[in-house]
Design a protein around this ligand. Structure first.
Ligand code: SAM
Length: 289
């Protein structure tokens, strides 16, 4: 039996009052109260009844409910134990939802995919607290999990950095990191008015389509190169790479760049993911262990 839809602001307030729930700022709790946005997130994720969905941070279950209506099964990981009795109540009529109490940063996601979602591929959907956006995305991407795509609501500025192209002001190590693993796109900009409490900043829904083949390169070297290059953004590439964490002499780096026809006086923001890959593959072995 379907109850009132959870995105109704009146219902959200009622249920929070009933359980004497207090928002935790430190857990980034801003709950959605807009049906259009909730539907849009599920649409951007192209969630169908064949999909297993991992939701991160279900809150009171607003988005979870929409996902449950569209997906085969939803597994949602929530850190705040005060939300568990609320979720029991709000999602009680959905038998394809399982809530796990835990911190997504410490949980074994691989095991969840195998134990509860037939090994995947799965789709990840999350309206993330802004302060943990980057570590959560890093964990999802770096662990080589069987994930088809990730749809996340993030701070608008973070979304712009993720999809930025080389040469633009927003292009940086986050853009390279995400573009290494995925093809990112912005699904929609979202005003702050669709949350309670209202955050200070606007948001955007981002979709990360995981690449079928992650580029073959020593990732540790690759990300060292990217960090060094962007670490000294104002320096030329040659100076940034020779003063960063690579520990290589300037002459060595100069030779590598010249062999690859990459101008030594260019800056990191002009290099594509493929350029960073080429540099990583051409460097002499680094002392990384
Ligand atoms: N999905 C709900 C919605 O859209 O209304 C809530 C979104 S709220 C921005 C973020 C949710 O993530 C909160 O419920 C918060 O308790 C939860 N959360 C924060 N850090 C978490 C973590 N490390 N692991 C799992 N959940 C987390």
């Amino acid at each position: 039996m379907m109850n009132k839809r959870l995105y109704s602001p009146k219902y959200v307030k009622e249920i929070l009052n009933k359980h004497e729930f207090e928002f935790s700022k430190s857990l980034g709790q801003n709950f959605l109260i807009d049906g259009n946005i909730v539907r849009k997130i599920s649409q951007v994720g192209e969630i169908t009844d064949e999909d297993y969905v991992l939701e991160i941070g279900p809150g009171i279950g607003t988005l979870t409910e929409e996902l449950a209506l569209n997906a085969k099964k939803v597994v949602a990981v929530e850190i705040d134990k005060n939300l568990l009795p609320i979720l029991d109540e709000t999602l009680e009529s959905y038998d394809n939802v399982e809530i796990i109490h835990g911190d997504i940063l410490n949980i074994d996601i691989q095991k969840i995919i195998y134990d509860k979602m037939e090994g995947g591929p799965i789709k990840v959907v999350a309206n993330l607290p802004y302060y943990v956006t980057t570590p959560i995305m890093a964990k999802l991407l770096e662990e080589d999990l069987n994930i088809h795509s990730i749809v996340v609501m993030v701070q608008k500025e973070v979304a712009e950095r993720i999809v930025a192209s080389p040469g633009s002001k927003q292009y940086g190590s986050l853009s390279v990191f995400v573009n290494f693993y995925t093809y990112p796109e912005i699904g929609m900009k979202v005003p702050k008015t669709v949350f309670i409490p209202q955050p200070k900043v606007d948001s955007a829904i981002v979709k990360l389509n995981i690449k079928e083949e992650i580029p073959q390169v020593n990732r540790e070297v690759f990300f060292k190169v990217v960090r060094s290059a962007f670490g000294k953004r104002r320096k030329t590439l040659l100076n940034a790479l020779s003063s960063g964490e690579l520990g290589l002499e300037k002459d060595v780096i100069r030779e590598v760049l010249e062999n690859l026809n990459i101008p030594i006086n260019t800056r990191a923001e002009n290099l594509k993911v493929e350029d960073f890959i080429k540099i990583s593959k051409t460097l002499p072995p680094l002392n990384i262990y």
